[in-house]
Design a protein around this ligand. Structure first.
Ligand code: SF4
Length: 97
């Protein structure tokens, strides 16, 4: 699994989000549906990151749940990338997704 052990962060492209809530079911620690019906990432402070492209850290303990969310996301709009070089490791723009 690429990216294992490295610091990762995740963001959602709300323009493509269908609002089905799969991500929030898989990993409610980092994904939440807001009142606009779209999913947003949230950080350790539990605050939603609502600026376009804004990221939240991925706790390694729930990495698999976040990866599964990215794979199942019907909008293909969950992007997981390395913090160090911003290369996407899971999601629609990852080379080995
Ligand atoms: S799984 Fe994808 S499309 Fe569904 S709510 Fe989450 S980000 Fe939006």
């Amino acid at each position: 699994m690429s990216g294992t052990g490295e610091a990762l962060e995740v963001w959602i492209d709300q323009d493509l989000c269908t609002g089905d809530g799969i991500c929030a079911q898989y990993a409610p620690e980092v994904f939440e549906l807001d009142i606009d019906g779209l999913a947003y990432v949230k950080g350790p402070d539990d605050e939603l990151r609502q600026q376009p492209g804004e990221t939240a850290p991925v706790p390694l303990t729930i990495l698999q749940d976040v990866v599964d969310s990215a794979k199942e996301c019907p909008g293909d709009c969950i992007h997981v990338r390395r913090v160090s070089d911003r290369v996407e490791v899971y999601g629609p723009d990852a080379e080995d997704a």
